[in-house]
Design a protein around this ligand. Structure first.
Ligand SMILES: Cc1cc2nc3c(=O)[nH]c(=O)nc-3n(C[C@H](O)[C@H](O)[C@H](O)COP(=O)(O)OP(=O)(O)OC[C@H]3O[C@@H](n4cnc5c(N)ncnc54)[C@H](O)[C@@H]3O)c2cc1C
Length: 282
C-alpha cells in the first residue's frame, strides 16, 4: 500500500506560515481592526467560514476567521480582529507594510450552496459578524439564487457595531435588523439581545437555513428562538470557537467530545453538536 507523504496529507500552507503584508488597515471600533493582507508569494483560496492560523513573529499564533475570502490564491485576505490579548492585540497593532504569517485555509465552510433556492437568515453577535460577512457577500452576489435573506445583528453598544457603512449598503438589497444590548441617545434603533430579532424576521421556517455565530450563550438562545419558529436542527448552522493550537487536527486542544473543532468544524449543525454543547465544561 502506498503511504502518503506529509505534503500530500497537508498542503504546505498547513505547516508553514506564508508571508502576507498588511496592505490596508481600518479601525472598526475601540478594540477591533480590519486588515487587508496581500500575499508576498502564492497565498491561498478560502471558502466562506474557513479560518487561518495568523502568526505574529515573536509573539504567537491564533485562529482568525477570514471575513473577506480570496477566491484565488493570489487575492488579498481580509481579517477582522478584536484585540483581547497578546496575539490578537499584536495583529491589530500591525502597521501598514508589516509582515504576518498565515497558515491555511483551516476548517470547513458554511454550507451556502446547500441553502440555494431557500431563504437565508444570518444571526450574528459581536465579532461573530466577521465569519458571517462572506455569507452575506455571497448571497448579495448571487441574489437571484436565494429567497428572503435577513441579517440579524447585535452588539453590546452602538459603538461596538462592526461594518456600519456596509450594513447600510446591504439594507438596499436584503433585510438588516440591528440591536444593541445597551444604548443612550442619540441611538434610535432597537435595544435588546439579538435572539429576540428571530421572532419577527422574514423567512419560511420550512425553507430557511440559519447561519449563526457569536458568544455561546447568544447562540444557545438563538437556537431556541429558531426552534420556536419551527426551523429544524439540521438547518441551524453554528460556528464554534475553542482553544486551538495546531489548526489541522493534530494536537487535540480543540476537542469537543468526539470531534476536533479545527478539523471537523468550526461550522456544525445544531443536530450534530447540540447535545455536546449542553454538556458543562466539555
Ligand atoms: C475558529 C476560530 C475563529 C476565530 N475568528 C476570530 C475572528 O475572526 N476575529 C477575532 O477577533 N477573533 C477570532 N477568534 C478568537 C481568537 O482566536 C482569540 O481572540 C485569540 O485566540 C485570543 O488570543 P490572544 O493571544 O490575543 O489572547 P489570550 O491572551 O490568549 O486571551 C485573552 C482573552 O481571550 C480569551 N480567549 C482566548 N482564546 C479564545 C478563543 N479562541 N475564543 C474566545 N475567547 C478566547 C481568553 O480566555 C482571555 O480571556 C477565533 C477563534 C476561533 C477558534
Amino acid at each position: 500500500m502506498a503511504t502518503a507523504t506529509p505534503s500530500e496529507l497537508h498542503p504546505v500552507g498547513a505547516f508553514v506560515p506564508l508571508p502576507f503584508r498588511v496592505a490596508e488597515r481600518r479601525q472598526d471600533t475601540g478594540d477591533t481592526w480590519t486588515l487587508t493582507l496581500e500575499p508576498e508569494e502564492s497565498g491561498f483560496a478560502v471558502e466562506p467560514g474557513q479560518f487561518a492560523m495568523v502568526h505574529v513573529f515573536g509573539v504567537g499564533e491564533v485562529p482568525i476567521s477570514v471575513s473577506g475570502p480570496p477566491e484565488r490564491p493570489g487575492d488579498p485576505i481580509v481579517l477582522t480582529v478584536r484585540a483581547v490579548g497578546a496575539v490578537s492585540g499584536a495583529i491589530c497593532a500591525s502597521e501598514l507594510g508589516a509582515l504576518l504569517g498565515l497558515r491555511g485555509p483551516c476548517g470547513n465552510s458554511w454550507p451556502i450552496a446547500e441553502a440555494t433556492a431557500g431563504d437565508v437568515v444570518v444571526v450574528a453577535g459581536g465579532i461573530g459578524l466577521a465569519p458571517l460577512r462572506p455569507v452575506v457577500l455571497h448571497t448579495l452576489a448571487q441574489r437571484d439564487s436565494y429567497g428572503a435573506v435577513s441579517v440579524l445583528y447585535g452588539a453590546r453598544t452602538p459603538a461596538d457595531l462592526l461594518y456600519t457603512d456596509q450594513l447600510e449598503e446591504w439594507r438596499s438589497t436584503i433585510a438588516v435588523d440591528v440591536t444593541v444590548d445597551a444604548a443612550e441617545p442619540p441611538w434610535k434603533g432597537k435595544v435588546g439581545v439579538v435572539p429576540k430579532l428571530v421572532a419577527t424576521a422574514e423567512f419560511r421556517p420550512e425553507a430557511v437555513t440559519a447561519f449563526v455565530c457569536g458568544p455561546e450563550v447568544m447562540m444557545h438562545f438563538t437556537v431556541q428562538a429558531l426552534r420556536e419558529r419551527g426551523v429544524p436542527d439540521e438547518r441551524i448552522m453554528l460556528s464554534l470557537e475553542r482553544d486551538m493550537r495546531c489548526g489541522i487536527g493534530l494536537c487535540g486542544h480543540c476537542q469537543l467530545g468526539p470531534t476536533l473543532v479545527c478539523r471537523d468544524g468550526p461550522v456544525y449543525s445544531q443536530a450534530d453538536v447540540g447535545a455536546l454543547l449542553g454538556v458543562r465544561e466539555l
